[in-house]
Design a protein around this ligand. Structure first.
Ligand SMILES: O=C([O-])CC(=O)C(=O)O
Ligand SMILES: [Mg+2]
Length: 561
């Protein structure tokens, strides 16, 4: 018997007590009388039969009764481990309320305390101890048909720094959104944490720490382990498995993406997913600000993965729409890092991913000086450091612009560059504000402002789903632009009139379907282009005409022959 057959027959045999303890199939009190007959469940459940709707109401009531967000998180994780379909029903039906529980900001706190709340492993741990055996470790995972892997090495968890092996909360949370927001089957999702040690001394000293008790492996030892991992993934799951890199530290994030983007289907959510979402918000904001992106000047605070990733996608978009060279487009975009404005005189000492942003200007050491000198219309925080958009900085933005666009993207909420309240009050209600972690609507002078959540969660589930259903084997920047365009198209005049530059998250599944459709259509277009070049366009031409996507059709998986 093959492994798949034996797994299938073990599912078929699930009955009685075992069935109730299998989170993928357990329905708890929602098992009907017929199901209770067929699966030997009588007596194992109390007599009442509840509808799933009633179960949702009960669970939401329980969760709302917890005041501490971490308790809500634990309750949700326990539900996921007990009754998966109810967990997703809850999340899908209450996305605005539960996203902050299973995702940022609460997931950040959960990772910080993962050692003490850890009950059952929810993903695969690959540590230096598994060196040479990674393929075998992958085979220990019970599911074979994996479509999406989210992997972290825990070195830069949100804006919270190195959380080592406890970063597992992030891939688990991201993949929950792949299902709830994007529609990927839960069994096709695999969360992975690569443990090469941690430089977080507090964790190393913590008796409950769950990871390797050593400082981080670097250099060849690190890259060899990742190389073994990436080839094992391809060998075990094929070319079409999507690997999403998440919360790696800058140096590794850029290197891994550059190294594997030509041989694997990979994308880095922090560099590329965030960029796609932010670009969508910027394009949508033009409905409020007028003009086109070329008419704006952008200033970033933070020049790491998110900052340089967003900056590059903006430049790419400007360049592709206006046909000005990329180098020219970049000149509208300025970045400030911990040493001040990135300028030509610093070029030699800059890390390679910052070099394209070293424009000619006198050196300036503070963000406030940079705002006053560059006079940006758009200020974007990607520093990972909270409260860095001070009152002076925000007031300077308001003095320069009628409607300053301010994005405080760092996560979780504690690391946001400023709060929604600060942005609105310091600009006397003139700011258009978005943040990475959610803020409640804020009332100022009798008007309610709704802050947007410029978080990559708007894009990665739809982008990933799009890549998976069209059978793509490589990710291209054009697909990021396609995802971004689809998201921006979901922002209506009505949203804009409320100051919103993102559509409400309530409609996220529909939004994801549009994104997936646009990404898949772009993938086919690119394949079409490539094949045309090789004079084989007949077969692909037929495919293209058969793929007049709409949001409903895209939910049915489509396969390239
Ligand atoms: O997880 C989030 O909320 C967004 C993200 O990727 C990060 O901050 O690293
Ligand atoms: Mg991230």
């Amino acid at each position: 018997m093959t492994r798949t057959q034996s797994l299938r027959s073990s599912v078929e045999r699930l009955n009685g007590y075992t069935l109730l303890r299998d989170p993928h199939h357990n329905k708890g009190l929602a098992f009907t009388e017929r199901e209770r007959d067929a699966h030997y469940l009588h007596g194992l459940l109390p007599p009442a039969v509840l509808t799933q709707e009633l179960q949702v109401r009960k669970l939401m009531h329980n969760i709302r009764n917890y005041e501490v967000p971490l308790n809500k998180y634990v309750a949700m994780m326990e539900l996921q481990e007990r009754n998966e379909r109810l967990f997703y029903r809850l999340l899908i039906d209450n996305v605005e309320e539960l996203l902050p529980v299973v995702y940022t900001p609460t997931v950040g706190e959960a990772c910080q305390k993962y050692g003490s709340i850890f009950k059952r492993p929810q993903g695969l741990y690959i540590s230096l101890k598994e060196k040479g055996k990674i393929l075998e470790v992958l085979k220990n995972w019970p599911e074979r048909n994996i479509q999406v892997i989210v992997v972290t090495d825990g070195e830069r968890i949100l804006g919270l720094g190195d959380l080592g092996c406890q970063g597992m909360g992030i891939p688990v949370g991201k993949l929950a959104l792949y299902t709830a927001l994007g529609g990927v089957r839960p069994s096709a999702c695999l969360p992975i944490t690569i443990d090469v040690g941690t430089n977080n001394q507090k964790l190393l000293d913590d008796e409950f720490y769950i990871g390797l008790r050593q400082t981080r492996a670097t250099g060849k030892e690190y890259s060899d382990l990742l190389e073994e991992f990436m080839s094992a993934v391809k060998q075990n799951y094929g070319e079409k498995v999507l690997v999403q890199f998440e919360d790696f530290a800058n140096h590794n994030a850029f290197e891994l993406l550059a190294k594997y983007k030509t041989s694997h289907l990979v994308f880095n959510d922090d560099i590329q997913g965030t960029a796609s979402v932010v670009l969508a918000g910027l394009v949508a904001s033009l409905k409020l600000l007028g003009g086109s992106l070329t008419d704006h000047t952008f200033l970033f605070f933070g020049a790491g993965e998110a900052g340089t990733g967003i900056a590059e996608l903006i430049a790419l978009d400007i360049s592709s729409k206006t046909h000005i060279p990329l180098e020219e487009a970049r000149k509208k975009i300025w970045l400030v890092d911990s040493k001040g404005l990135i300028v030509g005189s610093r070029r030699e000492s800059l890390q390679h991913f910052k070099k394209p942003w070293a424009h000619e200007h006198e050196p300036l050491s503070t963000l406030l000086d940079a705002v006053n000198a560059i006079k940006p219309s758009i200020l974007i925080g990607t520093s990972g450091v909270g409260q860095t958009f001070t009152k002076d900085v925000v007031e300077a933005m308001a003095a320069i612009n009628k409607k300053p666009l301010i994005m405080a993207l760092s996560n979780p909420t504690s690391q946001a560059e400023c709060t929604a309240e600060q942005a609105y009050t310091w600009t006397e209600g003139h700011a258009i504000f978005s943040s990475g972690s959610p803020f409640d609507p804020y009332e100022y002078n009798g008007k309610t402002f709704i802050p947007g959540q410029a978080n990559n969660a708007y894009v990665f589930p739809g982008l990933g789903f799009g890549l998976v259903i069209c059978g793509a084997i490589r990710m291209h920047d054009e697909m990021l632009l396609a995802a971004s365009e689809a998201l921006a198209n979901q922002v209506t005049e009505e949203h804009c009139s409320k100051g919103m530059i993102y559509p409400p998250l309530t409609n996220i599944r529909k939004i994801s379907a549009h994104i997936a459709a646009n990404v898949a259509a772009k993938a086919y277009e690119l394949v079409g282009d490539a094949v045309k070049c090789m004079h084989h366009n007949m077969r692909i031409g037929g495919l293209l005409t058969s793929l007049k996507f709409n949001a409903k059709e895209i939910l049915k998986p489509v396969r390239l022959p």
